[in-house]
Design a binder for this molecule. Sequence first.
Ligand SMILES: [Zn+2]
Length: 499
Amino acid sequence: MKKIISLALCLAATLSCACAAQADTRPSSSHEVFFAGSDYELNVYYVKGRQDGKTLLLIGGIQGDEPGGYLSADLYPDLVLEKGNLIVVPRANLKSIILGDRGPDGDMNRQFHDNAKVGPMYQVVGKLKELMSQADLFLHLHDGWGYHSPVYVDSLRNPNRYGQSLIADSANFTCDNGSVLPLQEMADSVLGEVNSRISNEQHHLHFFNTRTADPDTPYSEMRKTATYYALRKECLPAFGVEASKNLPSLEDKILYHNLVINAFMERLGIVAEAPRILIPTSGLHYTEVMVNGVPHMLKDKDTLTIRRNDEVQVVDIGTDYKRGVTMDLLGYGNLNDFKQSFRVGKDTQMVFRKEGQKFGSIDIKALSDEQYARYADKQKQEQHDHRQNVTRVFVVAVNDKHHVLLSGDTLKLAPADRLELISSFGDGSNDETVTLNFRGWVPETPSKMPNDDRGYLIEPDKSRLLRQYSEHGEGKRYAVVATDSRGNPVGEIWVQLSQ
Ligand SMILES: [Zn+2]
């Protein structure tokens, strides 16, 4: 565990996201989401071992056209560790991954310089820098062209190619505090282990020293990368891992990344627990039940109301862990009735179990035809009431100036004002055609749609207003009613005329 895990930093991380921060228990897996719902959404996974130990940071997907790296990283949040810790960012650059583009807003791996810029991509860079301060070693996972070779073989296999290499910015890096990181020695020992597991020698990985700090390096642009930032700012041993884009399959690319990660884990004393122990604690998220062939989605503790002798069949059980899961329809079938069909003639219950442990239940109410008809009517009425309660907005213009009102609001009009009804929409039924009717006002020329007064100029002082349509017949307040495509009124505003 790294010396500085500042409490302030943890607090800041918690505040900036609506999710669980790092768990304190061991062993544990937790997950944080930053910038949720944006193109640069950042998912960070923390795996803490049963015993504390060194922390390895894995970052993949900083360039979206390198799937070997991010799909390899994506396997590691599922580990349970006996010892040590992992911080995993499988998809550092979500936008570039969605687009399969190295850098739609520029190359994110050239933004780790000291001239911080603002913008969504740079927020991610800032977060990745914070994670570095919590790690003991950092692997940056990439896929590169060709095959790196210390000697020139051909255009695909030579010292300038990146694929199948373990990259360091220096053979030995001296930190500001004077400590020396023996990067080449670390790489050599890991590569010995990795290559011993790769039977095809053409696929062996080689050490690639970009000599990033040297004045004569051909790789001076590497000074803006994540690994170089980690070295100079955090004194954090950091390597680029490059699978070759020219490998025959995606599985090969993932496999070689895995081999390098596993060898570094071993070197750091980070040990995976095998098999992982799974004691699922979460309950029934949902279940899908067919009633006479029509699907119904239900949650734990819901009641399913059916007509007596309807055919009921549970076809899906939504839980975190599927194995050992059964459903028992009490009074029907056997202990395990999952996916079986039953005609249900009486009230009963579906009981969901994992092995012998009940984790959810749904009541079934079987109604007679008469009871069911009443139930269906009530449901219909409730749906209608719900539509009425949905917030509805009215857009009108008074003397060409737009006003927005909510259903129930009152608009005051002077005699010389000119009113135009423009539109109305609600959060429940945006797509429905709505007509707007000024009750008691009749246009001189009939409208295209009956009772629709949109598109007219309504002039209170010149118009004939039918007083009997006003509130209490007083001729002061008139309703403007919005009606949906089925003819149901869905909201109204009031127009109050001043004298
Ligand atoms: Zn890359």
